[in-house]
Design a protein around this ligand. Structure first.
Ligand code: ADP
Length: 666
């Protein structure tokens, strides 16, 4: 109100004279000068005698008016003075209110405060940015770990084991026995660090949150709210991390247990009877009859035991000569070298270093890997199927040699009888699996044709015959090193399949084809039972020949990657000895042998076989599937990877007994 009054007064009065009057005390002077001028005006009039009376009345009138005016002027001056006094009072009031500082100073102060607030705000923004980055990196870490776990087949395996209370109950005791504490902590350390970081950050933020509560300005309140939001988010992440961490620890515990088991696999054929029973979710029933039974054919029981045929004297002599000649430096490898001179040692060592087995892959298919969908056209429009040339007889049909008309490419046509939709689906599953497999050790699919009663698979053709034939061929000198080469390739094929999450589930010597008669290159065929690994899938097999079946298949338990590894163990045993490790008098006995994991190294057949080979088999023919070597581990096993051993085997040329012919029947 006072400032309005001041302004309106300032408008009424010209500030300049007011100011001047105030400063010089002109008000009184002006009044005095007016009176003086009045006095001066009266004096000339009084000097004229002729009009004395009238002029004197006029003068009186004028004087009255002048007095009026001066009265008014006095009032105005009094008002002006009052106003000035009022202005002074207002000025003083304002001075008291601002603490004696000028408005300019106040404005400066306010500007400084605003600047500070702004700076604070910037700092808060930076801190928030940093926090957001931290949160997003934590999220990335969490999602990365989740992704890794999601894609880990072992994690899946472990999840199953974890969800199976039976597994836990049964293995609980053993777990605590074999689980090394230190390692457990170490294993857990990494994920813990991540969550600890989050926890630390949260705690830090919580503290900060408390500090911020004391701040009064609006920006701080806003910041506080934002920060609390982040704190809440981080707490949530921390909570999720904790849960994930708990799950991870359990999985890692089981993983470690399984790794430990594999490392500590038994060193003799005495097998543990422990199985890993799993709960059932998905059951799969597949009925088939295997192609051949060693015992059913000409070989019968003879193959099992009497293939331990005595080598003829001539053969023995030959063998001895070979050994004596070639072995001097080589046979004993490092042990023998100890006796020799330093020079001999260096020579032999460099020879070992130079010796590398031919582990190159077999020639690839003569066409690029392709994704095949069954065509409904007539196959005969594109291919000439040689009905005369039967390459083999399978479960559901025949395999013939065929030729693509347009290119002249020689291929194999597998004709599968499939009338019902269900049967067709099974064959389509085989196609789907083959579509996913692009590896030189796995036979490649070229085309497929579907008609009312059959589906024909056109595949890469190989000429070397079945590996089975090499086991029983008396003219074929199968050495231990040959076996190393075969098993290496099968392991490589399996490693690839398992990496692709595919199980073969029907590995046996009949399903391993040699690329040619001259080389030791092989390819795996028959993906009729192969399927994508599903954590809880069981395989029901209505078998004809049970000798290659893994215990979990017979027990109708979950099948998994180790199921194929069991079969690899059986194949290795068969290649080295010519015997079928579990083969009994009849199928019942065979089944019982498998279930009891009842097998041993027949002395005669394994007399010349390296300890490494025996150890290799021992680590595969293990009843509990979690104790078996994986395909990758098998490739690292000394039998498949130790150069010095291969060098020794190369010079020793020890024949496998399987190369000896069974005695003629009758
Ligand atoms: P099934 O699934 O019906 O058992 P396979 O795929 O095992 O049929 O084939 C049966 C036999 O045919 C094999 O054991 C093998 O002797 C022969 N065979 C299969 N595929 C080929 C091929 N690509 N090249 C040469 N021979 C083959």
């Amino acid at each position: 109100m006072s400032s309005n009054l001041v302004k309106s007064l300032a408008r009424v009065y010209d500030p300049k004279p007011l100011h001047a009057q105030k400063r010089c005390g002109r008000a009184t002077t002006r009044r005095a000068s007016l009176s003086t001028s009045n006095k001066r005006l009266s004096s000339p009039l009084s000097d004229q005698p002729s009009s004395k009376s009238s002029s004197s009345s006029a003068l009186v009138h004028i004087e009255g008016q002048v007095n009026d005016l001066s009265g008014k002027i006095d009032k105005l001056l009094a008002l002006q003075e009052a106003s000035l006094r009022r202005l002074d009072t207002i000025g003083q009031d304002q001075g008291t209110a601002t603490g004696g500082r000028s408005i300019e100073q106040l404005l400066c102060d306010m500007r400084a405060v605003i600047e500070t607030v702004r700076e604070n705000e910037e700092q808060q923004d930076q801190r928030l940015d940093a926090l957001e980055r931290l949160v997003s990196s934590i999220q990335q870490v969490v999602s990365f770990i989740a992704e890794v776990l999601k894609h880990s087949r072992l994690a899946d395996l472990l999840k199953n084991s974890k969800s199976s209370s039976r597994f836990r109950e049964k293995d609980g005791k053993e777990k605590s026995k074999v689980y090394p504490k230190g390692l457990k902590t170490q294993k857990r350390k990494k994920p813990l660090e991540a969550s600890e970081t989050a926890a630390g950050t949260v705690a830090h933020l919580e503290q900060k949150g408390d500090c911020y509560k004391d701040r009064k300005d609006e920006a701080a309140v806003e910041d506080e709210a934002r920060e609390q939001e982040i704190v809440a988010e981080l707490l949530q992440i921390k909570e999720e991390d904790k849960k994930e961490e708990e799950e991870r620890s359990k999985e890692e515990e089981a993983l470690w247990l399984s790794e430990e088991r594999q490392l500590a696999a038994p060193s003799s054929s005495g097998q543990t009877d422990e199985s890993t029973p799993d709960s059932c979710e998905e059951n799969l029933e597949i009925t088939f009859s295997t192609k051949r039974h060693v015992a059913d054919e000409t070989l019968t029981d003879d193959l099992k035991k009497s293939r331990v045929e005595e080598a003829s004297e001539e053969e023995d002599k030959e063998l001895k000569e070979e050994e004596e000649a070639g072995l001097e430096a080589a046979e004993a490898g490092p042990e023998r070298l100890e006796a020799g001179t330093e020079e001999e040692r260096t020579d032999a060592e460099s020879e070992i270093d130079e010796y590398v087995i031919d582990s190159s892959p077999p020639p690839p298919a003569p066409f690029e890997h392709r994704l095949v969908t069954p065509k409904t056209h007539q196959i005969t429009s594109y291919y000439t199927i040689n009905k005369e040339e039967v390459l083999g007889g399978g479960r559901f049909g025949m395999v013939h040699k065929c030729e693509e008309k347009s290119s002249g490419l020689i291929l194999a046509a597998k004709i599968i009888k499939a009338r019902s939709q269900k049967e067709k689906e099974v064959v389509k599953c085989e196609i789907e699996v083959m579509n996913q497999l692009n590896h030189a050790n796995l036979i490649q699919l070229y085309a497929a044709f579907e008609s009312r009663h059959e589906i024909i698979l056109v595949m890469e053709y190989v000429d070397g015959g079945e590996l089975f034939d090499r086991i029983i061929d008396e003219n074929y000198k199968l050495t231990e090193l040959d076996t190393v080469l075969f098993i290496r390739q099968i392991s490589e094929g399996l490693q690839y399949m398992h990496k692709m999450y595919i199980l073969h589930l029907d590995l046996k010597p009949e399903n391993i084809l040699c690329v040619s008669r001259e080389t030791n290159k092989v390819k795996i065929i028959d993906f009729g039972l192969a399927r994508r690994y599903k954590p809880r899938e069981k395989l029901r097999v209505n078998f004809g020949t049970p000798e290659f079946l893994a215990p979990e298949v017979i027990n109708y338990e979950f099948v998994s990657f180790p199921t194929d590894m069991w079969s690899l163990g059986v194949i290795t045993y068969m290649l080295l000895s010519g015997l079928s490790p579990f083969l009994g008098e009849d199928d019942n006995e065979t089944l019982n042998n498998i279930l009891a994991c009842q097998w041993s190294f027949e002395e005669a057949e394994f007399a010349d076989i390296s300890e490494e080979a025996k150890d290799f088999i021992t680590r595969l023919l293990v009843k509990s599937k979690s104790w078996r070597m994986s395909a990758s581990q098998s490739l690292k096993h000394p039998w498949l990877s130790d150069r010095a051993l291969h060098f020794r085997l190369h010079h020793k040329k020890n024949k496998c007994h399987s190369s000896h012919a069974p005695p003629p029947e009758g």
